[in-house]
Ligand binder design. Structure first.
Ligand SMILES: [Zn+2]
Ligand SMILES: [Zn+2]
Length: 170
């Protein structure tokens, strides 16, 4: 879904977005992702606010099992034309800089914005459950489902950090 920036009127426009997001290795939604957004414009500066809701397919970083997570986000972003990057004072970073993004050309790609925001909200290491027991490092069994008889070193977690630090020094 793309919006012509010039068509964003003074009083702003409301957008109802509903699309299935599917890009292998990047994002995979269960059914449609729905977003209600409001776009405002001041010359070539565009402000996007609203909410995004959807269910995303993820893989647990510990046990590798696929699972689904419902994500709900509020967004508040400013989009500037990409040409503005060059005009800015080099490395003069404003406090609210993190909410500034850039667009290219005369259109704003809403699908891309929604996708980007969802990806940013996904943890680096998603877990199917905070308590996920993961896989046995020896036999690969999923310890959430079965027990295995492999012998594991029982190390106090604090000691194991120390051990790792010592190993790194060597
Ligand atoms: Zn897991
Ligand atoms: Zn095992």
């Amino acid at each position: 879904m793309k919006i012509n920036i010039i068509e964003i009127e003074e009083e702003g426009i409301d957008i109802d977005f509903s699309e299935t997001l599917h890009e292998p290795g990047v994002i995979d939604s269960v059914g449609d992702v729905v977003a209600h957004l409001h776009l405002d414009r001041q010359l070539n500066e565009v402000f996007v606010s609203g909410d995004i809701k959807g269910e995303i397919r993820l893989h647990c970083s510990r046990c590798l099992t696929p699972f689904q997570r419902y994500i709900e986000l509020d967004i508040n972003l400013t989009y500037l034309p990409i040409e503005e990057i060059n005009k800015m004072e080099t490395y003069e970073i404003k406090d609210d800089e993190s909410n500034i993004s850039y667009y290219r050309g005369e259109q704003l790609d809403i699908t891309e914005i929604v996708q980007e925001q969802l990806i940013l909200s996904i943890p680096m290491k998603p877990l199917c459950d905070e308590e996920c027991k993961g896989l046995c490092p020896v036999c690969g069994a999923n310890l959430n489902i079965q027990k295995c008889t492999c012998k594991k070193e029982e190390v106090d977690p604090r000691l194991s950090i120390l051990k790792r630090l010592l190993e790194r020094k060597e």
